[in-house]
Write a protein that binds this ligand. Structure first.
Ligand code: MN
Length: 703
């Protein structure tokens, strides 16, 4: 039975700086919490958490994991709460204890087709911190080692669960020693007679061949010594459950199994591995099909080794595994090696591969999930796990796109993203991501977010960042429009622009209840306040002037055909109610958040809008050779064949583009033809109107 002193001695043997005081506190806490409990065989309950902690120490894990191992059953079985543990041991340990407690409540299914789901549950617990699974493994291992005290029924249930879930998972995580121990402990419970029989055969086999294998080792050591290579040779006995499986699957007898005993040669460097391989091949003939180089092609669980089988003296086949110390550590400890105290640094150089390993696991889990969904239609947590090019894991909701991913990295990456490479291939930004994808975002300094993106994102973060950018942009536009409108109004009253910064302005702002000059520009730009109202208050002695449109000044050569007095490049639209053309008397109306709409003076719609007179602005046409504005004409004609063709030929001959035509007949044989034409100016419009009016059969023409 393990004691606390033995535990501490074990920890100090590999981690002299371990936080022993915390380990002792965890021990006392756990002992007090479990004081009323006994194990089935009658011993104090504390023996169980102590043994679990000892197993974790044998795995050389850090002291937080070991403390969590001591505490792992306190929440489930005693009056202690997570808060008690948090207060005494901090957030790292409470996280581990809570996760293990949750995992203990998961009901695992032992039907074969539920395996995928079991793996997924395990993985979800593990995805945040692999140590959660390691504690659970140690817990289960101690329970399996002491299973003999339970009823036969309980034994069978636990052994089945361990064999179907824990052993395969330990294998997938590369923890070989654990997989082997799980398997043999379960096999012993489930098939005790067969286990005994095979165990006996193995013992006999070793006895018979012992001398022979010693000779084999000797001849290798001699050659190694001559070559100056340092290496250790260990013999390895195949575990009973594997032997049973081999007999079952290959339909052979125990005597036909050639690798009951194998050799493992562990050396310092990779070149030495290959040198040792050639030494062995020179000593005995090897079987060609059995040579495997897992160093140049490692297994997905990071396993590396050279494997070869030779025909030794007296015709015995012998398998050799040749590897470095580091490879041996990973082969035995698997993912747990990554968490070992001290060796951590050594493995960090392998980080990329560790991540690739996790990625493969995730892929497996998510494939299993799809399979399950198809079979059962069950609702399963909606998460995809994706990777940065450096291998960091990101967790996103299902349905996320590269845009969601980009915003999860950084707002600026989101705002500037123009494309994405998924697993090295360029894909559209709107493409949905899958678990295991490696994503690289392509950005461009000139890119800006688009309203469309809102359709392709699912994360709240991306949504709010895109909306925020759009709001900011609208604000910027209205600041620029508002600034221009106010400056123009100031100039119109022949006031100095410096008045904007004056005390007087500050008073005006106050009188409107506006906080800053920028807010003022926004309000004016959005059309909630007129420049006229503002400037009027700057000069209260003057009475309000009437807003009148300025005469047309065709002076500028800019492409834009409309200019709001004093402002360049302002967003404007031609009013769809009156279709003004260059040359018409026009006025602008500030539309909330959208810029300025241009109306003809006298437009019925405008007269209604103009009740809001503070939103009117002076605009002027600019002559531009090619620029046009749409004009709608309504023509009344006699309904006779060819009238539309003639009309269209006439307009085309005048070099005018028709963008819209609609013709209706009336009951009294008249045709009403509506046209929209691209017109350069008032003169061109006048000419074409005249020409149409002179056509045969035209009764009336109206704008
Ligand atoms: Mn336990």
């Amino acid at each position: 039975m393990v004691t606390i002193e033995q535990l501490i001695e074990k920890i100090l043997s590999y981690n002299p700086k371990a936080n022993i005081e915390r380990i002792r506190r965890a021990y006392v806490f756990s002992r007090e919490a479990h004081c009323a409990q006994k194990r089935v065989e009658g011993s104090p309950y504390i023996h169980h958490p102590l043994s679990v902690a000892f197993i974790l120490a044998e795995m050389h894990l850090d002291s937080a994991t070991i403390a969590a191992g001591l505490l792992h059953d306190t929440i489930e079985d005693t009056d202690m709460s997570l808060n008690d543990i948090k207060d005494m041991f901090g957030s790292e340990i409470v996280f581990l204890v809570e996760a293990v407690t949750k995992l203990s409540k998961v009901e695992f299914k032992t039907k074969e087709d539920a395996q995928a789901e079991n793996f997924r549950k395990m993985f979800l617990a593990m995805s945040k911190d692999v140590r959660v699974i390691l504690i659970k493994f140690a817990d289960r291992l101690h329970n399996m080692r002491t299973i003999g005290f339970l009823s036969e029924e309980r034994q069978e249930k636990i052994a089945n669960e361990t064999l179907e879930i824990y052993a395969p998972l330990a294998n997938r995580l590369g923890i070989n020693w654990l997989k082997i121990e799980f398997e043999d402990l379960c096999f012993k419970v489930l098939m005790p007679e067969l286990f005994k029989e095979l165990q006996g055969k193995v013992a006999k086999y070793i006895e018979v061949h012992e001398k022979y294998f010693e000779e084999v080792k000797e001849s290798i050591y001699t050659r190694l010594l001559a070559s100056g290579i340092e290496a250790k040779i260990k013999s390895r006995i195949k575990n009973i459950y594997s032997i049973y499986n081999k007999i079952l699957k290959q339909k052979i007898t125990f005597e036909q199994i050639y690798d009951v005993i194998g050799f493992r040669i562990i050396t310092d460097t990779i070149p030495h591995c290959y040198e040792i391989l050639s030494i062995i091949h020179s000593l005995w003939p090897h079987i060609p099909g059995r040579f495997k180089d897992f160093i140049s092609l490692p297994k997905s669980n990071m396993y590396e080794s050279l494997h070869t089988t030779v025909v030794g003296p007296s015709g015995y086949q012998m398998e050799f595994q040749i590897r470095t110390h580091e490879m041996d550590l990973i082969a035995e400890e698997g993912i747990a090696a990554h968490w070992r105290y001290k060796e951590k640094d050594m493995l960090d150089s392998k980080n990329a591969r560790y991540v690739a390993w996790l990625r493969d696991l995730i892929k497996e889990i998510s494939d299993a999930k799809e399979f399950l969904e198809a079979v059962k239609g069950e609702v399963i947590p909606e998460t995809v796990y994706v990777f940065t090019p450096k291998g960091d894991i990101k967790e996103l909701p299902v349905g996320s796109t590269s845009i969601d991913y980009a915003y999860s990295i950084h707002t600026e990456v989101g705002n500037k993203c123009i494309g994405a490479k998924v697993n090295g291939r360029i894909v559209p930004l709107r493409q949905k991501l899958n678990s295991g994808d490696v994503i690289e975002i392509i950005t461009s300094a000139s890119q800006t977010p688009s309203k469309d993106w809102l359709k392709y994102v699912v994360t709240q973060r991306a949504k709010s960042k895109i909306k925020q950018w759009i709001r900011n942009e609208e604000r910027k536009q209205s600041i620029s429009l508002g600034t221009s409108l106010i400056e123009e109004e100031i100039r119109r009253h022949s006031l100095p622009l410096s008045i904007i910064k004056s005390k007087k302005m500050a008073e005006v702002l106050k009188s409107f209840g506006i906080q800053s000059l920028e807010d003022l520009y926004v309000l004016v730009g959005f059309g909630k306040l007129s420049a006229h109202q503002v400037v009027n208050r700057l000069m209260p002695e003057k009475h309000e002037e009437e807003i009148t449109p300025k005469p047309i000044k065709p002076t500028s050569s800019q492409r834009s055909i409309i200019k709001i007095k004093g402002i360049d490049n302002v967003l404007y639209h031609i009013g769809k109610c009156c279709f003004p053309v260059p040359g018409d008397d026009v006025i602008g109306f500030i539309t909330k958040g959208k810029g300025v709409t241009i109306h003809r003076l006298g437009c019925a719609n405008l007269e209604r809008l103009a009740l809001n007179s503070e939103r009117l602005v002076d605009v002027e046409w600019i002559e531009d050779g090619d620029a046009t504005a749409p004009v709608k004409l309504s023509i009344e004609a006699m309904d006779k064949p060819g009238i539309l063709a003639n009309l269209s030929a006439l307009i085309s001959a005048a070099n005018i583009n028709i963008t819209y035509v609609r013709a209706n007949s009336t009951s009294d044989k008249r045709a009403i033809i509506d046209l929209i034409l691209d017109i350069k100016n008032k003169k061109q419009l006048f000419n074409i109107q005249n020409k149409i009016a002179q056509m045969q059969g035209i009764l009336n023409i109206r704008r």
